[in-house]
Design a protein around this ligand. Structure first.
Ligand SMILES: Nc1ncnc2c1ncn2[C@@H]1O[C@H](COP(=O)(O)OP(=O)(O)OP(=O)(O)O)[C@@H](O)[C@H]1O
Ligand SMILES: N[C@@H](CCO)C(=O)O
Length: 324
């Protein structure tokens, strides 16, 4: 259960008093997420019920929030189907609940597709949607360094090395260095706002059509192809962590029909699929080792399996990914 911050109906009603969306009819915690607390909130306005989602941010500070609030508005205004923070009657979208940043957003319908049911047509659609997201976000006026990006993985691989086998520590370090070399090469790798965590559980499908992309709180300014690599590793890997090339081809085809790849992106693809695997191996390892989970109170932190991402990395090393 991932409701880390409990709220009462009185607290919620107080927040809702700033909006003209109606009165509180019902609310319930959403199980499933691991980073933030989410509630489905049903409001009654002129006899009609309408549903929203309230997110309370467990890790992001108030200072970090404007990037995400603005990004949601920016993308939604460009017809990208993502949640955005609803402004109250004074134009304020970012709220405070229990001392934490919070906002209310429209509810989307549909469900994520379980990993075992992902097919090429899902991958094709998410590829198209990600390319549209990248194009819409390419001139977004705010920039953000990923909080689990290059500085973080350089620092953390050093910090945890003594807790790992020397083979694992070397493997992480090898991929950190491979990304450093890629950056130094100054290849033509389009940069812009990326989603940063577009796993299949962050996409809703309705009647087999992609309805919305959720959970943009790892968004940052980075290589667009790196974002696609994150998607490929999650959406296109089999239970044994090998890559399903049929799904991966569909993903790349869907993406490329919206935004064509550069020649340098084709060269960078095998490296970035490994970087993306290293990033999630590391972010899963840290809580697994019991190092960093200070901000969670009142709920159990759900741990994801680091070994899966180590195996995806090994799979990417054994069979380098190809673009085109
Ligand atoms: N706007 C929305 N409309 C419909 N459902 C939503 C919306 N926002 C969140 N949800 C539901 O809440 C779940 C958790 O949301 P989200 O992925 O943003 O949380 P999180 O804690 O940041 O998760 P993660 O584990 O991916 O980091 C989603 O999987 C989805 O079921
Ligand atoms: N998608 C991440 C967790 C949320 O950031 C993972 O599977 O490790």
């Amino acid at each position: 259960m991932a409701v880390y911050t409990p709220v009462t109906s009185a607290e919620l009603s107080q927040l809702l008093a700033d909006f003209d969306l109606g009165t509180l009819s019902h609310f319930e915690g959403i199980e499933g997420g691991i980073e933030n607390t989410n509630y489905f909130v049903t409001l009654l306005l002129q006899g009609q019920k309408k549903e929203y989602v309230l997110t309370i941010f467990e890790e992001l500070s108030f200072e970090e929030m404007p990037f995400f609030v603005e990004l949601g508005h920016w993308l939604a205004e460009r017809n990208i189907s993502v949640p955005y923070a609803i402004r109250d009657r004074n134009g304020i979208a970012l709220k405070q609940l229990k001392g934490k940043p919070a906002f209310l957003q429209p509810r989307f319908y549909g469900a994520d597709v379980p990993a075992a049911q992902l097919r090429p047509h899902h991958c094709f659609q998410i590829g198209e949607a990600l390319a549209r997201f990248h194009l819409a976000g390419s001139d977004f006026y705010l920039k953000r360094q990923a909080h689990r990006g290059i500085l973080w993985w350089r620092r953390e691989t050093q910090a945890i090395a003594h807790r790992l086998s020397s083979d694992d520590a070397d493997l992480l370090q090898q991929e950190v260095l491979a990304f450093d070399r890629l950056r130094e090469a100054n290849w033509d790798l389009p940069t812009g706002v990326i989603h940063g965590d577009l796993f299949h559980d962050n996409a809703l499908f309705l009647d087999d059509r992609l309805e919305a992309i959720l959970d943009m709180y790892n968004a940052a300014t980075a290589y667009q192809l790196y974002d696609l690599a994150i998607v490929a590793n999650d959406w296109c890997s089999r239970p044994d962590c090998s890559i399903d090339t049929e799904r991966e081809s569909a993903l790349l085809e869907g993406y490329a029909q919206i935004r064509a790849f550069t020649a340098d992106e084709a060269r960078a693809w095998p490296i970035l699929t490994r970087t993306a695997a290293m990033r999630f191996w590391l972010s899963r390892l840290i809580p697994w080792l019991g190092i960093a989970q200070a901000s969670r109170q009142g709920g159990d932190m759900k741990l994801k399996d680091p070994q899966q991402y180590k195996n995806i990395l090994l799979s990417r090393l054994n069979t380098p990914a190809k673009l085109g």
